[in-house]
Design a protein around this ligand. Structure first.
Ligand SMILES: Nc1ncnc2c1ncn2[C@@H]1O[C@H](COP(=O)(O)OP(=O)(O)OP(=O)(O)O)[C@@H](O)[C@H]1O
Ligand SMILES: [Mg+2]
Length: 160
């Protein structure tokens, strides 16, 4: 018997964000993915066990999802890239980038502030995602006053 899942489009997207705190990742999720992709975020789920359980449900139900964490390193992204590939997802990365000073300013202006040291730590550890990690597509997203500018990552030189 056919189930709803059998007739869903074949391409399921696993979208993995990387970027500093206050760079605009959750804003990007809200602007571009809210209606189509589940949100997996440590801010929301708090523990790796809970995160793993949510990911399992996404895989089992073939639900498109976005991982909305800072994910600065290859190892942190591999946690999602490999299982998503094995589950048959198209794996898409977004580097959400703004100048450190802009991120720091937005951080100070928002309700949920993270310590400046946390921002510096992620900035120090941040490695640009590459296709070798298993990404099928890589995008660079930067939010300016007139909206998102989203371009292929590989042809976008580092902004800063
Ligand atoms: N284009 C923009 N112009 C001005 N402010 C913005 C813009 N995009 C996002 N912000 C503001 O910057 C702050 C940080 O954005 P957001 O919460 O999306 O960052 P984040 O990358 O999800 O941070 P975190 O990793 O800490 O969750 C928010 O207060 C948001 O409203
Ligand atoms: Mg966020």
């Amino acid at each position: 018997m056919l189930t709803a899942y059998d007739i869903m489009p074949e391409v399921m997207e696993a979208v993995i964000f990387s970027g500093l705190q206050a760079a605009g990742k959750t804003t990007l999720y809200r602007d571009r993915f809210l209606e189509t992709h589940a949100r997996i975020s440590m801010d929301l789920l708090r523990t790796r066990a809970r995160e793993a359980a949510f990911l399992r449900v996404c895989f089992e139900t073939r639900t498109p999802f976005v991982v909305d964490n800072t994910n600065p390193t290859v190892a942190e992204r591999a946690r999602y890239v490999q299982p998503a590939r094995e589950a048959g997802y198209k794996v898409i990365g977004y580097l959400v980038e703004v100048d450190h000073a802009v991120a720091a300013g937005r951080n100070l202006a928002r309700e949920r502030k993270v310590p400046a040291a946390g921002l510096r730590d992620v900035a120090r550890r941040l490695v640009r995602p590459t296709p070798e990690e298993g990404f099928d597509e890589l995008w660079h997203a930067t939010a300016g006053p007139d909206g998102w500018r989203i371009e292929p990552l590989l042809t976008t030189p580092p902004l800063f």
